[in-house]
Design a protein around this ligand. Sequence first.
Ligand code: SAH
Ligand code: SF4
Ligand code: F3S
Length: 558
Amino acid sequence: MTSRSLPVLDIVPPDVAPSGPRAPLDPEDARLAEFRPDAPALPRFFVWTLGCQMNRSDSEEMAGRLLAAGCAEAPSMESADLVVINTCAIREAAEAKVIGRQGHLRRLKDANPGLRVVLTGCSVRESNRGGLAKRYPAVDLFLRPDEEPELVDRLGLASAQGAVGAMTGTAAPATTAATTLVKGDLVSDATHLVRARSDAITGGAVSRSSAISAWLPIIYGCDKTCTYCIVPFSRGPERSRPFDEVVAEARALAEAGYREVTLLGQNVNSYGHDLPAEERFAHVHTERTVGRRQDRGARPDLAELIRAIDGIRGHDGTHAIPRLRFVTSHPWDLSDRLVDAMRDCPSVCEALHLPVQSGSDAMLRRMGRQYTVAHYAERLDRIRQAVPGIALSTDVIVGFCGETDAEYEATLGLLRAVRFDQVFAAAYSERPGTPAAHLADDVPAAEKHRRLVELLAVQEAIGLERNREWLGRTTEVLLDAVVPPRAHHHDEADDDEAAGTAGARDAFRDLPEGIAHLVGRSRENKLVHTAGEPALVGALVGVAIDHAGPYALRGRLA
Ligand code: SAH
Ligand code: SF4
Ligand code: F3S
């Protein structure tokens, strides 16, 4: 609230006023400014998103709700009155990034006492609520991932508009989130997220960050019990979105011109097991090759969903969404039905991200991954047979509890045998509250680091060899951005090095007038740099590859 002195109208006293009736003041007259009602003081917001695609998608929903409430987006944290930090807790480093910004936020608050800071995402759990204020002293409000749909209400912004309440058809409930017990721990329950998503879609309250590629969440939470992982405690048990709703959202994305849709979930492969059985899915029987039994008869599964979305056609009969992807898949329930759907559906991209974590059965057991290296290899064989040329990527953890040299070497051996296109590797980071926190985190930090650096070097050579296979070939690229001539921030410069952007910048330094450095992805999810008119962003083009680095390709428009 700003304080102000009593308004004084600058009107000439009667004795000096010219005689005769005074003309009424123009409503726009500056002297009336004090009497006009204040425009509602809605904050300008900035969302800082860390972590995985699920967080990005959640941030699109939060931004959409804030926009629907009448707030405007600020271009930076420094110019915002409301900062929403959507956190990731997967490793300590991700949390340290946010903790390290508390001083900066504190200073911003001193300069702008109206500034409010909200912390959402996986760092907020019921079990650690007590300690949050101390860890994040600049934060005013903490929301668990399942509480994120309440953001607008909890900030008292809902009354300033009508759209958010109106879009549900009923008044938006102030509190929708709930908790549930998982192995004696109180964790969030994503049940209502399914409805909140549906409301956000109906109300148009999703502010998508791209007009070309869209995230489409299909399942929330995770039922797996990987011993190192915080996600089941942050996100709670699995909850699938209704089949028809997902297909309807995909259809709406197609109508809006999206060229690529990525189905999202911590484990998209278990989509549908928690939905009610239905006659129309009577033919669905998803067999389990390993692990515990799960009754999935007559329920929709990911294969069914992919076939339905692949079946959406445009007016000309072609695939309305030319590119369909899904992340993340757990090897344990990657079914033959899914492999067959990938083979049969032309829109499904020839790329699969299948995290393996380790190449040692003993490690996989300690990690609670529920499959063996042999099972993983069998699944890859089957996929490679069904979809020849498919690009494979994976996640690996080095230095997990008790990892011996031999166990680590087994992971290197697996990478050399499979020859993944891309590997996301990380050193194990103990997460409080996870089952592995009871095991000794006994690989010394320096050894974890040594293994990580070595493994990344091994993979870099493999990635380069794989990418060289593209030299002289033409590949379809969905162009999604113009690359600016120079990176603006250090972070960007670092990312650039990794993405091979710096080299491409040099190659495309002296482009003719009207031609820009463009970047996009191939169907195999390879980053591809090229040069062309900026208007091509959003188009599917052929690029003849003439340069290959370990992390990106480069070529001319074909
Ligand atoms: N649901 C996805 C993974 C989500 S987390 C899946 O199961 O594949 C992404 C990756 O982070 C994981 O695959 C794992 O490699 C890594 N990760 C998870 N917990 C970790 C931890 N405590 N320390 C280091 N890496 C971790
Ligand atoms: Fe974590 Fe495992 Fe679930 Fe992936 S499948 S989110 S690694 S518990
Ligand atoms: Fe991080 Fe949560 Fe995703 S912990 S990786 S943001 S699910």
